[in-house]
Design a binder for this molecule. Structure first.
Ligand code: ZN
Length: 155
């Protein structure tokens, strides 16, 4: 006979959807991040490197496709970056959220008062030009300028 199947069905219904790393993010931010990623042609807003979207591709596949180690690939995780930081009142709006790699996002917000996004982007690009930002030391996303133009026009 069936025993405790109602309990397991109820448990399954409350289980979060199997979306890697997005489970803790409100759906609206997740959606805005995906839209920004698409608008930026899959490249980080700051460094211009290809972003890893875990809902679409495993880290090993992304690493192999881009020519990175898996560890390097995980640093390219696509995150929702608030141009105007939330700690300063920045909101979850399409004009305030861009797609950025985990490295760029974390480094900007590692300080108590994150730098202005324009100054930060200039710093990231200058460090990239010197090969001193990512371990791979390259700017490989050919569509990075497209993301720049999109957001420069929007601001
Ligand atoms: Zn980046």
């Amino acid at each position: 006979m069936s025993q405790a199947t109602g309990g397991s069905t109820e448990l399954a219904a409350t289980k979060p959807p199997p979306i890697c790393r997005d489970v803790s993010m409100p759906p609206s931010i997740s959606r805005l991040r995906r839209h920004a990623n698409r608008d930026q042609n899959g490249c980080c807003f700051y460094c211009g490197e290809p972003l890893w979207e875990p809902t679409e591709e495993a880290d090993a596949e992304f690493a192999r496709r881009i020519g990175l180690t898996r560890r390097q690939a995980r640093r390219m995780l696509c995150t929702a970056e608030h141009l105007h930081p939330r700690c300063d009142g920045g909101r979850d709006t399409p004009t305030n959220i861009v797609a950025a790699c985990l490295t760029c996002n974390r480094r900007r917000h590692a300080q108590p008062c994150p730098p202005d996004w324009k100054a930060y982007r200039r710093r990231v690009r200058s460090r990239l030009a010197l090969g001193k930002w990512h371990a791979s030391g390259r700017l490989s996303c050919r569509d990075a300028h497209t993301a720049d133009e999109h957001y420069d026009a929007a601001k």
